[in-house]
Design a protein around this ligand. Sequence first.
Ligand code: ADP
Ligand code: ASP
Ligand code: MG
Length: 445
Amino acid sequence: MIVMKFGGTSVGSSDSIEKVKEIILNENRDRIVVLSAFSGVTNLLVTINQQYESNDSTIQETIIQLEERCLAVIDPLLKTTEYLKLAKQFVSIKIDQIKDVIKQPFSLENTKIIIGQGELISTNIVQLYLEEKGINSKLIGALDFMRKDVSGEPDSAYISSKINPILEQETKNIYITQGFICKDYDSSFSNLERGGSDYTASLIGAAIKASEIQIWTDIDGMHNNDPRYVENTFSLEEISFDEAAELAYFGAKILHPQSLIPAKNNNIPVLLKNTFDPYKKGTLIKNNTKTSGVSSIAAKDKITTIKIKSYRMLLAYGFLKRVFEVFEVYKTPIDMITTSEVAVSLTIDNNQFIKEIVEDLQKFGAVEVETNLSIVCVAGDFSEKKEGLSARVFNALKHIPIRMISYGGSNYNISLLVKTADKINALNSLNTALFKKQLSEIDVD
Ligand code: ADP
Ligand code: ASP
Ligand code: MG
């Protein structure tokens, strides 16, 4: 069995859903199809939730926009009056549910219920569409098997113990399910964070021991640089799990940051493909690929640095442990870290508890905070055999102030911290310096 995940743009219109159907039918292995919400729908739901929280009366207009967005997909998609009626009824039930939820006092659980409705709508509509076409698919509810544990991490053992019996109940060749949504350990409605449908696909792949996980999106695989900021990027044919995971974590939006972990742990290849150009090769992510040189560059924004200067650090042991404990208390992950004899600088991407963290750290010494920074991640083979590669990276950035460097933590990347205002310049300069040869070899049209 394989997993096929289709993102928001792939199910964003009647035309693209027809393309998705062709891609599903072109596959002859048994498959679980994981769908995101129609593009733009989760954003509308996030707005509705913000308006709900702030008691904003324009919420009613946003709900109308949401309904219109769904009807714009449904109207041209379903051809028979019977199925069109069923689809419209479903959307109207979901809209009524949202209207009921926002009558209740604001709560985090209601936030999660609202934000998760997009995937429930898209999967039900696509299932109706496939049924109308006489395709024998079955909709299975992600909330019946996707769950997090007490620490907020996906509960792999639970997922596996629930999904496999569901699949054994009835043998179908095509199952449809929701990406993104799940339950918390206490059975309340939850999700895997924005972009989380990729993570769903990988978790399901691991749970059912899939032979392949396919991620279908609006671009032909992982590119060598961020196509939103750099022109003439090109698709990578193959990349290792370790490199792809670094890139996803450090900003390559094509994949949710954690989504490769279950696939890598179970050695399941992940294929990134373009729904709008399905015959293009795409990118294969797997173990043991042979990378030489730099494979790709990504950047992650909204980074904050915290510098703690303390003479108590001089020749002391246990100092870093106490610093890290502060971040543990506030469940705030650290991305980069550098130390000198009297100072330690680290970066975080979540400022929710910054005030509390700084207050606690001030017990150890002087604390400085800097915001609006970006981490630029250069992924590739930086093993000791590749002398000269890091020099090329630094040379490319000689005109850009670098705030922090992380090198040597793994053989797969160098991370550099720059001001966000310098990010696009850094990505483009690195592109020219590191990929000139490859660029001249590809067709750029
Ligand atoms: P989906 O809705 O299918 O999940 P996303 O918008 O989350 O799609 O991810 C695809 C987008 O990721 C692309 O359209 C592209 O703009 C962006 N992207 C950022 N970095 C990269 C990269 N290195 N390679 C490919 N796409 C990237
Ligand atoms: N619909 C969710 C989002 O927009 C999840 C996803 O698309 O992966 O974040
Ligand atoms: Mg995505």
